[in-house]
Design a protein around this ligand. Structure first.
Ligand code: ADP
Ligand code: MG
Length: 152
């Protein structure tokens, strides 16, 4: 089982797409094991996007991600990191394939609605930025035996 950090970015909240996006992750069979609405501070933005802080477009990204409430969540599932990234689609909504979240709902390279961790190290680092260990509500769902075989 893998865990991935999901952020519903401010555009997702403002456009009232939270429910539809969360429904896609639930429909896929991913378990939401932590979730909260919050504001990203400039300090948290710089930690979250450490790999981009030096880029010339970082100030606009920080303005965007701190510009309104977000929803942070941890999803868990088999190959959850790749599965989520595949569901999001390419970074730019203009390039993301139809059928992906960004491809279906975004026409922007910045306002692309949802963040998903891009690898196991990033996932562990990012989850720790947003959640304390005691905020994560892991546990077997009763539905699990009908989502995949016992040996998967
Ligand atoms: P991803 O979220 O797909 O992993 P990146 O790590 O490349 O994408 O970028 C992080 C976020 O920064 C993107 O999701 C997007 O919101 C924003 N972003 C990416 N490229 C640009 C850009 N050229 N100008 C402004 N914002 C950008
Ligand atoms: Mg990235």
């Amino acid at each position: 089982m893998e865990r991935s950090l999901i952020l519903l970015k401010p555009d997702c909240i403002q456009r009232r797409l939270m429910g539809r996006v969360i429904a896609r992750f639930e429909d896929k069979g991913l378990n939401i094991i932590a979730m909260k609405m919050m504001r990203v501070t400039p300090e948290l933005a710089k930690k979250h996007y450490a790999e981009h802080v030096q880029k010339e477009w970082y100030p606009t990204l920080e303005g965007f991600i701190t510009g309104g409430p977000i929803v942070a969540a941890v999803v868990e599932g088999l190959e959850a990191i790749r599965v989520v990234r595949d569901m999001l689609g390419a970074t730019s909504g203009l390039k993301a394939a139809a059928g992906t979240i960004r491809g279906d709902f975004s026409s922007s390279r910045q306002m692309n609605l949802v963040h998903g961790s891009d690898g196991p190290d990033a996932a562990a680092r990012e989850i720790a930025l947003y959640f304390r260990e005691d905020e994560i509500c892991a546990g077997e769902l009763t539905l699990r035996p009908w989502l995949r075989a016992a040996d998967e």
